[in-house]
Design a protein around this ligand. Structure first.
Ligand SMILES: [Zn+2]
Ligand SMILES: [Zn+2]
Length: 295
């Protein structure tokens, strides 16, 4: 167990050093992730979950036709843990100082006064209802993603722990002609190439599950016409490419792990090549998902 913890700490340090070396993301944000990542890893190991009965999940027939096992609003999570994490996460956000501290203060006050009900906020996140989040983005222009960060981080340990358990219920040989996550139906925030054959996988933006994607197809709209799909690379980022789709105008970063047998942490690897997001967005392409941290 200690060896695991040490290995995680070393990996996290190495990834954070890589993120810092890019000199793009502000140090406060990187330091926040450095403080929060071990907290969330610990919480994932401790999450207490009640999995839904098999009858409440999609049937194998429905899944073969493209339905996810569960809808995200039905995903199990540890409510007690999520509620307990919220003050701890606000402490970490406040420790960033500046606008992040102001955002944390405003959220803490709203929670204490009852203006912001934590359970309803968690529910809104699971339902994918953006109204509350949009209101807080307007209200906190200096730290617009404070509430997104708070709820994404409070729930991600539960959701990732649930995904690990629920993955055992996926039928074997499930086709992968759609880009969404077979567990929860959400979109991937990154894709990965692995193995010598270069199998492609998506990393789910909601539950963290990793699942097969078609090699040549848009992960967002399923376009498979090669004339509509393009990719670009940048010399400074040899292990990453950006897949763009002219049909839906979205892009996804693809990390190439075929040559490298290196361990990865998708949430950190995403941050380590944020320069490619900037480039893709300058060219007018959009990213339909937030980072794994809610910003
Ligand atoms: Zn998922
Ligand atoms: Zn597309």
């Amino acid at each position: 167990m200690h060896t695991d913890d040490n290995a995680f700490t070393q990996l996290l340090e190495a990834k954070l050093a890589l993120v810092r070396s890019q000199e793009i993301l502000p140090e406060e944000l990187i330091a926040l992730v450095a403080r929060v990542a071990p907290l969330l890893r610990q919480a994932q190991a401790e999450a207490v979950l009640v999995l839904p009965a098999p009858e409440a999940c999609a049937s194998p027939e429905a899944m073969f036709a493209g339905a996810p096992l569960l809808l995200r609003q039905h995903f199990p999570f540890d409510l007690k843990q999520a509620l307990a994490l919220m003050p701890a996460l606000l402490d970490q956000l406040a420790a960033s100082g500046g606008e992040a501290e102001n955002g944390a203060k405003a959220l803490r006050q709203a929670l204490e006064s009852g203006e912001l009900d934590p359970e309803s906020a968690l529910r809104a996140f699971l339902d994918g209802d953006d109204t509350l989040f949009a209101a807080w983005r307007t209200r906190l222009p200096g730290s617009p993603r404070a509430l997104d960060f708070l709820l994404t981080s409070a729930l991600s340990p539960s959701l990732c722990a649930a995904a690990k358990q629920l993955a055992a219920r996926l039928p074997e040989n499930l086709p992968h002609e759609h880009g969404h996550c077979p567990l929860c139906g959400s979109l991937p925030f990154l894709s990965l190439l692995r193995d010598k054959e270069g199998k492609r996988f998506g990393a789910c933006s909601f539950c963290g599950h990793e699942y097969r994607l078609r090699r040549i197809a848009c992960a967002y709209c399923d376009e498979s016409d090669q004339d509509k799909l393009k990719l670009f690379r940048v010399a400074e980022y040899p292990g990453v490419r950006v897949d763009v789709c002219e049909t839906c105008n979205m892009y996804i970063k693809t990390l190439d792990f075929r040559e490298m047998d290196q361990p990865y942490l998708p949430a950190l690897d995403d941050m380590a090549c944020v320069a490619l997001d900037v480039l893709a967005q300058q060219q007018g392409y959009k990213r339909p998902t937030l980072s794994a941290w809610g910003f």
